[in-house]
Structure formats: structure tokens, C-alpha cells
Design a protein. Sequence first.
Length: 204
Amino acid sequence: MFAAIAATTDEEIIMEIGELVRRAGHHHADRIAFVCGDTQMTFREFDRATDRLAHHLLALGLAPGQHVGVLLPNGIEVVVAYYALAKAGLVRVPLHPKDTPTDLSTKAEFAAVRAVLSDGQKIDGIDLTLSLDDIQEAGRRPTVGGDRPCQIDRDPEAALRLGFTGGTTGRAKAVVLTTRGELFDSLNESTPRKRVLGIIGHPA
């Protein structure tokens, strides 16, 4: 699955992912951003859902800079989760649903994961787990933060994502990707007139 959000113009490069989502929500409000099966979401709805989930995560006691595991199947919810974490200043740790319970627990411990967004799977040692239903509910209605934008400033060189290598030559190794790194990876694939910010999910 690939999800793209219009990001910048030729005149400027924005290093804050939440601001890119907000601009897309304003400029492309009622255009369809995502389609998954019979479900679709506009750019405005996406901006609102990510703000609501970001506020919800912070209200649960998570603090900017902490690591949150994402153990979700491909779909709109995983994209909402990724960008909500970015808006909340949290570091996402993508985890693969096909990993064994032992591998998941080992990776979560190594990455100092404080919470996990999961489609029913539990990870030993993680007390705070949000289900797919929790994520959908948080995105549907405002809670603590209402519909105010969730804006947590993050240094462009600070960690945005902590990913694990395949581990083909031994134990999987964690690799840090910064906001600057993720944006410039995406910009390298963009057109001269419109740049995009992309998310690629797990292989089916």
C-alpha cells in the first residue's frame, strides 16, 4: 500500500510533518486521500483523525520522544497511526505482524517501546496497547484536545522512526530515521512541480 500527501512547493521545504498534513487538509480538503476496500478518507478527514489520535496518545500519558510500536495490518488506520505519532512528537517503531511473539518482545524491549498500536496482538512487557477499534474511535470523535491541531515541535535531526533490519546475518538491528531523512527520501522521488510525502506499508 502506498499513501501520498502533497507536501511542498518549489519555493519552500517544510521540515515539520504535521504542518504538511495540515496544509494538505486545507488545500485538498474534500479530495480523496486514501481508499482501502469500501472505505475512503479525504485529506480534511485525515488531518482531523491524525490530530485526534495524537491528542489521545498524549492524554494517555505518553510523552514526546518516547517510542511506540505499530503492529497493524495494511490499511488506512496504519497511515493515520504513523502521522498521528509524528504530530505527537512520538517515535514510531514499525513491527511486523508475522514476527514471532519472542521476536516482537525482543524488539520492543530493545527499542524501549512504551506502548503499542495493535490489531489484537499483545506483546509481553508492554502494558499500554491500543486496538484497531481504539484507533478508529479516537479518530472519529474529539477527546481531550478537541479538534485543535496537535503540534509538537521536533528537531529535524531527532528520531522520527526506529526501524529494524531483516536480521538475515544475525539478530535484527535497529536503524534510526530522522524527520529530515524521511522527508528527503520522499522528495527524491517527487516531481519538479509537486513533492510528496509517502508511507509504504508491510508487504501483503
